[in-house]
Ligand binder design. Structure first.
Ligand code: PLP
Ligand code: COI
Length: 353
């Protein structure tokens, strides 16, 4: 595909690596491409980073036709740059697009967009272990009319943010609260899609949890409020009496790439991993009997995030003595080792740029 590049005349200075937060500063450029029914995707371009101008009736502003992805470009120990399973993000973006009646991307074009963009912004890929260039592809419906229907016009963009280590102060297990009021999504809804509305709808519970001193909520399913689904904006895994359990993908759970990678790593290490329904009653029983050995969230941003405390109603339980568990630590070391190019990638997951 042809990508027209217009370089900025005012290059930014890269902030010091120990001052990078998450998603706060952006690189010099952004990628933009337009879609129109009958014409397809066109005008692929990289332009100086800047504001987006939208018609006030633009579909995204009224009906929320928006999807996004999140992946990282990592600086390898040998100085090179690589992405982690980028085709998985591209395929998930197309699944999200299909759910939200947005146009699909050509997979190879999408990979070329990511690669071309990261090459251009290479100086923004930080060097310390744990830091990365966070890549945020997104797409929105952009019809300039108020009719409710599948869009005829759309825009795809890619922005990137040099981001600090999620664990600047070391991995600290987090306190999580089981949420039994709000639900994140429902089966038949949009849970498996990475669409903006899912996140807008989940922040209220997150804010309420924060007020009570918890980092995030553990979501229950939207139909029976009985089965565990995810933790905050991460997938969740438990070690119960030797078995590693993660909620099966029922349609309301986002199929995480870290989740999939954890399952593959753990299986290779010889653990038994079950993707199945896990009820809150079974979890509480495991907490009370001491059979819950470890619990952790997993996602691109944090890789793995150990759960040290779990609250249900007015009861609070300590998990793994409030410390990171053995399996959680092994997963963290293996995944980050592969992602930052310190360990040999025996899975064929890394994509060197
Ligand atoms: N669940 C939700 C709701 C998410 O937003 C994310 C983050 O992308 C994940 C799970 C983890 O997915 P991944 O491992 O692909 O980042
Ligand atoms: C993750 O990467 O785990 C996320 O949940 C990304 C978030 C900023 C939407």
């Amino acid at each position: 595909m042809e990508i027209k590049i217009t370089k900025t005349t005012t290059p930014k200075t890269m902030p010091p690596e120990d001052k990078l937060g998450f998603g706060k500063v952006f690189t010099d450029h952004m990628f933009v491409m337009d879609y129109e029914e009958g014409r397809g995707w066109h005008d692929a371009r990289i332009v100086p980073f800047g504001y987006v101008s939208l018609h006030p009736a633009s579909t995204v502003l009224h009906y929320g036709a928006e999807i996004f992805e999140g992946l990282k470009a990592y600086r390898r120990a040998d100085g090179g740059v690589q992405m982690f399973r980028p085709m998985e993000n591209i395929r998930r973006m197309n699944n999200s697009a299909e759910r939200m009646s947005l146009p699909l991307l050509d997979e190879r074009d999408a990979l070329e967009i990511l690669t071309t963009f990261v090459r251009l912004e290479e100086r923004f890929v930080p060097k310390s272990f744990g830091t990365s260039l966070y890549l945020r592809p997104f797409m929105f419906g952009n019809d300039e009319s108020l009719g409710v229907h599948a869009v005829k016009r759309a825009t795809f963009m890619l922005i990137a943010s040099p981001s600090g280590s999620y664990y600047a102060e070391g991995i600290n297990p987090v306190k999580i609260m089981i949420e039994n009021e709000d639900v994140r999504t429902v089966r038949g809804g949009t849970g498996y899609a990475k669409c903006g509305g899912n996140y807008a709808a989940s922040t209220r519970a997150g804010e309420r949890a924060a007020k009570k001193g918890y980092s995030q909520v553990l979501w229950l399913d939207g139909v029976e409020r009985k089965y565990i689904e995810e933790v905050g904006a991460m997938n969740v895994m438990f070690k119960i009496d030797g078995e590693i359990v993660t909620p099966m993908l029922t349609g309301s759970i986002l199929p995480g790439i870290t989740r999939k990678s954890c399952i593959e790593v753990l299986t290779k290490m010889g653990y038994q991993v079950s993707e199945r329904l896990l009820s809150v009653d079974e979890l509480v029983e495991a907490l009370e009997s001491g059979k819950l050995e470890e619990a952790w969230g997993c996602g691109t941003a944090a890789v793995v995030s150990p759960i040290g405390k779990l609250a249900y109603g007015d009861k609070e339980y300590v998990v793994s003595g409030g410390k990171i568990g053995e399996v959680t630590q092994k997963l963290y070391d293996t995944l980050t080792g592969i992602q930052w190019g310190k360990l040999e990638d025996t899975f064929g997951w890394v994509y060197k740029i």
